[in-house]
Design a protein around this ligand. Sequence first.
Ligand code: HSE
Length: 424
Amino acid sequence: MERKIKIGLIGLGTVGSGVFKTLKAFPDIEVTKIAVKNINKKRNIEGLDESILTDNPYEVVNDPEIDIVAELIGGIDPAYDLIVNAIKKGKHIVTANKELLAKKGEDLFNIASEYNKVILYEAAIAGGIPLIMPIKTILAGNKINKIKAILNGTTNYILTKMDVQGASYQDVLDEAQKLGYAETDPTGDVEGFDAAYKITTLATIAFKKRIKFENVYREGITNIRPEDMKAANEMGYKIKLIAFAQIDDNGKADVRVHPMLVPKSKTLAHIDYVTNAVTLSGHPVGDVTLSGPGAGEFPTASSVVGDILSIASEFGKTDYMLPMMRCNHSESAQMLDITETENKYYLSITANNKIGVIGRIGKACEENNISLASIVQKEFGSKNCADITVITELAKEKDMRKVIDIFNRDDSIISVNSLIRVQI
Ligand code: HSE
């Protein structure tokens, strides 16, 4: 009988438990050691022999019997050091760690290559949605030049609820936290960090050029108001937190995460609650959209286990495993700064009831090369001020920022409430 492939897990939280339970269906694979934070915690995982638990993750990394280490704890410290040590001890790596890949991916892949080991990370981008393996294998013949994606379930849940209930961001967040859909400290999700980590790695793979996380522009959803949701709906849009990446023919990349008005005619407008979706545009394939569960115990386990089985299936057959899945780019992409981009914009303004306000708005836009696609003013209410909603045509971000400055200094304008980019 062939030797079983031995797996060490680092982390037995939601994802780790799902991986352990899923792997039980594979008789050739054996989980032989699991590192946990608290060894005394009561666990109710069927078939788990608690004698394989340790609270020292280096016992997993240093165990000479273990072939593959699955790192499922997240964060940089100690995950980075554990993975580096595991590679040096001859182990292949499977990880779901989006932050680590975005910030330290280049380093880790160089070390893996030096030691002839592979690092697979299907679970790190969109949980259960297969993306990395399809891009690296069956889509390998494509030049992918654009990605539009919803990569964060928490924010998509909040925005969907705001849309459906007409509720404020804060009320929906409070409810989501009570139900356990949002973290106690939601910063990583609601400020767009999580989606930014994911698009950094995804764009790197798709464009075959390294994207630097620090050059990825990021805005979260905390300033989105129910009034914006309503106005967007009336104009034929939904508001979504979009992870966007584009590379031009000269190899200049534009990678960013921010809210966007998405036309209701587009697929991403209809991806609701915690579902994630990714549209890849490439030649010769055209547009491909993949959608599904972006997080959760079993969807994430699906990707981690798939990676483990891919590595396990080649054990003993080759000394250079999974060549197509390895890091095959060394060049960093030149990046476009957000101020150099061109976008359509949605703008919400509250203005005094004064003669010529609409004219002043139009003039400021005209003087800064911005053409207006639509402008809507509702009849004045009791406060004698007006809510004005503007959608521009394609305009330079630099010019739009100048116009916002002008509005902020204009006495007849009470406030610029929102500026949200519009997906084309
Ligand atoms: N926090 C993420 C989300 C899931 O809300 O989608 C893990 O990446």
